[in-house]
Design a protein around this ligand. Structure first.
Ligand SMILES: *[C@@H]1O[C@H](CO)[C@@H](O)[C@H](O)[C@H]1NC(C)=O
Ligand SMILES: *[C@@H]1O[C@H](CO)[C@@H](O)[C@H](O)[C@H]1NC(C)=O
Ligand SMILES: *[C@@H]1O[C@H](CO)[C@@H](O)[C@H](O)[C@H]1NC(C)=O
Ligand SMILES: *[C@@H]1O[C@H](CO)[C@@H](O)[C@H](O)[C@H]1NC(C)=O
Ligand SMILES: *[C@@H]1O[C@H](CO)[C@@H](O)[C@H](O)[C@H]1NC(C)=O
Ligand SMILES: *[C@@H]1O[C@H](CO)[C@@H](O)[C@H](O)[C@H]1NC(C)=O
Length: 543
């Protein structure tokens, strides 16, 4: 009996068998291509370098060296990995050679449901070198534990051109007037319906810090203060990249070696050490596929790094999340680790200092039994009073229903996994959860189901899994049903203010919304643009 059960689970744990992931549309990929639906097997090809497809016979697609060339591909199924997002890249090599030159690079995006089709385009200048048979390779490396990279290739011939200079790739800086006008009109309506602070605010109870990153300046990130009057104020600059900047940086320097060691700040893993009000993140050096984190403590008053620390006894598994525990002054980490065919173990770890001496030492505290289905890490939040950790995990095999569970871990005396609670996602879906001490409940911003009508602040009972509407925030005509706006420590525990970033329907501009959990009031910021600001954290203003 037990054996057959494991077999059933093993079949379920391999959704990849029915799901497709990346197709190369232009120049057209080898073999069949059907992008009419998500999960097409023609977009599901594993195995370097070409997903097991042999080269085409006969004529190849003609391209010109030294000239702008249009590349288009489709992500046919999304495997965004919170805390360690993957990437897609395009490269070229002579047929039979393994020396791939990087042409384009895109970070993975956080979308609502995995069965999501999104086209990407890039305009690249091909090396101006004749090539009778070259291969353009598209790759999707998702970093999802247990998921291998996806590959597609197309066979091309490159003709050398006589143009002296490669043309510069221009980005389009034209303002989108029509879209912008619509957005402003809607914002005026929203502001007239709700509280509007007078800008600039002299002394707000809290503010949002984040890290601003530009792929056009991949060598540095700025610590920024994003204020309610719509400004993004740089506080300090750091000489490392962000997220997957390793590859962006290789492109910029024309050093086409994707494995060169360049440090970058890890995306989506950040916390506040509330005793000092400072920010904690991780710097990774070296190969993006092989994490080697360094603990970073930012002094936000000086906008500088107070110290860096190696991680002693690191077990080699990327951290998906980190929180600071006010009770013992240690940090708690969460990682998802493959356990052969059985699924994944969830591991709660601790980072602590011994005898006031760096480095931070990692120790494993709790390891769950292998889980085959609820393996998509979403968010972690801490109940400081009860010394409990809540982790939101999504079900890998329900890309539309977004089934989810909360795992509760007890950090008192005897570290243990307490229980797992299935959430009611029949009406509301969400990607992050935040514990509020006053009510003992979790809160989340929800666009309902996909194509819902309303953005709602929902209350989640962590013991029963019940999810109920708490406050209706805005009609969907204003904001996109988009999951990227979560903020670390999003609730100000003193005032009950919940912070979230929404994206306008008509343009990709953003609005910070503050919903008061107790008073039911809603406050909108001015229009701002936070699409380049990552790792947003709420900081209490006790300067
Ligand atoms: C590729 O070619 C090899 C040998 O020529 C053949 O065995 C294999 O079946 C081919 N693969 C595909 C996908 O056509
Ligand atoms: C992607 O582009 C193709 C044409 O190249 C188009 O037929 C398809 O509708 C597009 N899909 C999406 C999701 O935009
Ligand atoms: C961020 O801006 C707010 C004003 O909105 C200000 O009160 C706060 O001190 C600023 N924080 C830092 C670290 O500069
Ligand atoms: C890294 O790049 C160098 C070339 O600069 C190459 O010799 C080496 O094999 C590469 N290492 C890996 C792990 O790909
Ligand atoms: C895999 O899970 C089994 C329990 O089913 C456990 O005994 C074993 O330690 C786990 N392996 C790892 C590497 O965690
Ligand atoms: C926001 O900034 C990004 C680049 O950081 C840019 O691509 C986008 O067009 C901007 N959006 C608006 C509405 O200004």
């Amino acid at each position: 009996m037990a054996v057959s059960l494991i077999k059933v689970i093993m079949v379920l744990v391999l959704p990849s068998l029915v799901a497709g992931h990346l197709c190369l549309i232009h120049p057209r990929q080898r073999g069949d291509m059907d992008i009419s639906r998500a999960g097409s097997d023609t977009c599901f090809r594993h195995g370097a370098p070409c997903g097991g497809q042999n080269a085409s016979i006969g004529s190849y697609i003609l391209l010109f060296g030294g000239e702008q060339t249009f590349i288009k591909w489709q992500q046919n199924f999304n495997h965004y990995t919170v805390g360690y997002p993957g990437y897609m890249d395009i490269a070229i090599a002579e047929y039979g050679s393994d020396s791939w030159q990087l042409l384009a690079f895109n970070r993975d995006e956080y979308v609502h449901a995995q069965d999501h089709q999104q086209n990407y385009t890039a305009i690249v200048v091909l090396p101006n070198k004749a090539c009778d048979h070259c291969v353009i390779r598209a790759r999707y490396v998702s970093h999802k534990p247990g998921e291998q990279p996806f590959y597609q290739c197309s066979d091309v011939a490159v003709q050398q051109t006589v143009s002296a200079l490669p043309r510069v790739i221009e980005t389009n800086h034209q303002p989108k007037h029509e879209e912008f006008r619509n957005a402003m009109k809607k914002m005026q309506t929203l502001h007239s319906k709700h509280d509007t602070p007078t800008f600039p605010e002299k002394n707000p109870p809290a503010f949002l810090l984040g890290f601003s990153y530009s792929p056009f300046d991949p060598n540095s990130v700025y610590l920024v203060n994003t204020t309610m009057d719509g400004q993004v104020i740089p506080l300090g600059q750091f000489d490392f990249g962000h997220g997957m900047s390793v590859q962006d940086r290789c492109m910029k320097t024309r050093n086409m070696v994707p494995n060169t060691t360049y440090p970058f700040l890890l995306d989506s893993v950040m916390t506040v050490e509330t005793s000092s009000n400072d920010l904690i993140g991780f710097l990774h050096e070296g190969n993006t596929d092989n994490p080697s984190p360094t603990f970073l403590h930012f002094d936000i008053h000086q906008a500088s790094i107070l110290f860096k620390s190696a991680i002693g006894e690191f077990d080699g598994h990327a951290f998906s999340g980190i929180v600071y525990n006010e009770n013992d002054g240690h940090f708690y980490t969460f990682s998802v680790q493959r356990n052969e065919s059985k699924g994944f173990n969830f591991v709660v770890g601790q980072l602590h200092i011994e005898k006031n001496m760096l480095p931070y030492i990692y120790s494993e505290l709790i390891r769950t039994e292998p889980e085959p289905l609820y393996v998509n890490y979403q968010w972690m939040t801490m109940d400081q009073k009860g010394n409990r950790l809540f982790v939101l995990m999504g079900n890998e095999n329900t890309p539309d229903q977004l089934k989810a569970r909360i795992y509760i871990f007890d950090l008192n005396y005897v570290w243990k996994f307490l229980k797992m609670v299935e959430l009611d996602v029949s009406e509301y879906t969400f990607m992050s959860i935040h514990y509020y001490e006053k009510t003992g409940m979790l809160y989340a911003m929800s666009p309902g189901k996909w194509n819902g009508r309303l953005w709602t602040l929902v209350e989640i009972n962590p013991l029963t899994g019940d999810v109920v509407e708490h406050i209706d925030v805005a009609d969907m005509e204003y904001f996109k049903p988009h999951y990227g706006g979560s903020i670390f420590n999003a609730i100000n525990q003193e005032t009950g203010d919940f912070y979230h970033v929404l994206t306008l329907q008509d343009t990709n501009a953003n609005i910070i919304v503050i919903v008061n959990i107790d008073g039911y009031s809603i406050t909108y910021s001015e229009i701002t643009n936070l699409s380049h600001v990552h790792n947003l954290v709420l900081i209490k203003n006790n300067f």
